[in-house]
Design a binder for this molecule. Structure first.
Ligand SMILES: [Zn+2]
Length: 185
């Protein structure tokens, strides 16, 4: 780095620390000629990762969106933001190292992989919202497997978003069928 005061081209880093969210590193430097101290910031080059959606349209990858979808699935599950952010960091890293384009379904699969480990209720919520279960039967199997380990009463009110529950009596699509079946578990 060229010294902003005297223009000398050599300096020494005297301190470096990460920003709170670990997205940048701040370095304090001292000019080796005039001892002027200045600061530089190092950041990851903005990702140009693109998401290919189910309808084959593309959109720029949005980390915020990913965080929000995980946070929504984890609502009231006492999972720390740090845990979620770490999971997202890992997912983003995996996506960025695997290419410039990624299918939205591949992102969903990675999210499920993480949530399965973090919290099974959140995992099922995410799966139901994003319709990742190809058949209702698969979903019921998962619910039943979970039911053997978690008190069903504790699980049921949290498992579905209010809007999904509201649609219950009238709609007859596959996810709703799964919901009704769940009611009898
Ligand atoms: Zn200098």
């Amino acid at each position: 780095m060229r010294c902003p005061k005297c223009g000398f081209r050599d300096d020494k880093v005297i301190d470096s620390r990460q920003s709170r969210d670990s997205s940048s590193i701040r370095r304090r430097r001292v000019c080796l000629q005039c001892a002027y101290r200045f600061t530089t910031y190092e950041q990851i080059e903005r990702s140009d990762l693109r998401v290919v959606k189910r309808d084959r349209t593309h959109e720029p990858f949005d980390r915020r969106k990913l965080v929000n979808s995980l946070a929504k699935a984890c609502e009231k599950r006492s999972i720390s933001l740090v845990t979620l952010e770490t999971a997202v960091d890992e997912i983003v890293h995996e996506l960025e190292t695997s290419g410039r384009e990624v299918a939205s379904s591949a992102i969903g699969a990675k999210v499920l992989e993480k949530l399965r480990v973090i919290d099974e209720v959140a995992y099922l919520r995410y799966a139901s919202v994003h319709r990742r279960f190809e058949e209702a039967g698969q979903f019921v199997d998962a619910i039943q497997a979970l039911g053997r380990r978690v008190k069903p009463n504790a699980l049921q009110p949290e498992l579905f978003a209010p809007e999904a529950a509201g649609k219950l009596p009238s709609a007859a699509g596959a996810p709703e069928t799964a919901v009704e079946t769940h009611g009898r578990v």
